[in-house]
Design a protein around this ligand. Structure first.
Ligand code: PEP
Ligand code: MN
Length: 263
């Protein structure tokens, strides 16, 4: 179902006022985690002002350490919905357990499957069956074929609205958090009709590398970007070092506009 052989034209679909796919570049932005009502509203206002069209924020955080901030759960989903309504943006958040799906659909517009759960097949089947848009991140050691087969689980379970997200893979390199595999974009676009976006925040793990790799992703043909932005990154409870200051995000949006008129 994900294959270009079966469907020649690009998949294009609407999420509220936003159209994904085709020649558009859609920017999704917000903090790694929803930390409080005030923090997500402040983030939403900042990213909206700069030109983002979808708000992201994690309510369930899959952290390496069980002692790290795990997210606000349903309360976080509630604040996210409020911030999305206030700014007129659809909202995306990660799901980590099939048991949360029915609760979450009351608050959110887009489910995100994280890199760590890309091959959590029971989760994929449940999320697919909701029929809602899904951002499917590439697993950190997943081949493109495995990633597309994970998309196949979503599509065969009942949703047509799958967005693939390249977020960097694990390599021997340690200077960046992950190695952003930009060649995956043209490879995927040849094999599949699904939209593909780039996450330069997790792809590099470093704030000052986010701008160049965001531009590179768009130059490579990505249908969108997902960027972590925090009103006060130094105080972020997760992924502070890779989160942009609102001013940096504004700069990114300006540079993106210049680039888009070139490519
Ligand atoms: C995230 O988007 O905050 C996240 C945890 O991403 P990934 O699953 O790509 O690590
Ligand atoms: Mn994050």
């Amino acid at each position: 179902l994900a294959s270009r052989e079966l469907q020649k034209e690009d998949t294009i679909f609407d999420i509220g006022p936003v159209t994904i796919g085709g020649n558009r570049v859609v920017v999704i932005a917000g903090p790694c985690a929803v930390e409080s009502r005030e923090q997500i509203i402040e983030s939403a206002l900042a990213v909206k002002k700069a030109g983002a069209v979808i708000l992201r924020g994690g309510a369930f955080k899959p952290r390496t350490s069980p002692y790290s901030f795990q997210g606000l759960g349903e309360e976080g989903c509630r604040y996210l919905k409020e911030a999305g309504e206030l700014t007129g943006m659809p909202v995306a958040t990660e799901i980590v357990s099939p048991n949360d799906a029915d609760m979450m659909k009351e608050y959110i517009d887009i489910f995100q499957i994280g890199a760590r759960n890309m091959q959590n097949f029971e989760l994929l089947k449940k999320v697919g069956s909701m029929g809602m848009p899904v951002i499917l991140k590439r697993g950190m050691s997943a081949t493109i074929e495995e990633w597309l087969m994970a998309a196949e689980y979503l599509l065969s379970s009942g949703t047509e609205k799958v967005i693939l997200c390249e977020r960097g893979i694990r390599t021997f390199e340690t200077m960046t958090r992950n190695t952003l595999d930009l060649s995956a974009i043209p490879v995927v676009q040849k094999l599949s009709h699904l939209p593909v976006i780039v996450d330069p925040s997790h792809g590099t793990g470093l704030r000052d590398k986010v701008l160049p790799m965001a531009l590179a992703g768009v130059a490579a043909g990505a249908n969108g970007l997902i960027i972590e932005v925090h009103p006060d990154p130094e105080k972020a409870s997760s992924d502070g070092p890779q989160s942009l200051y609102p001013e940096q995000f504004e700069k990114l949006m300006c540079d993106l506009e210049t680039l888009s008129s070139v490519v």
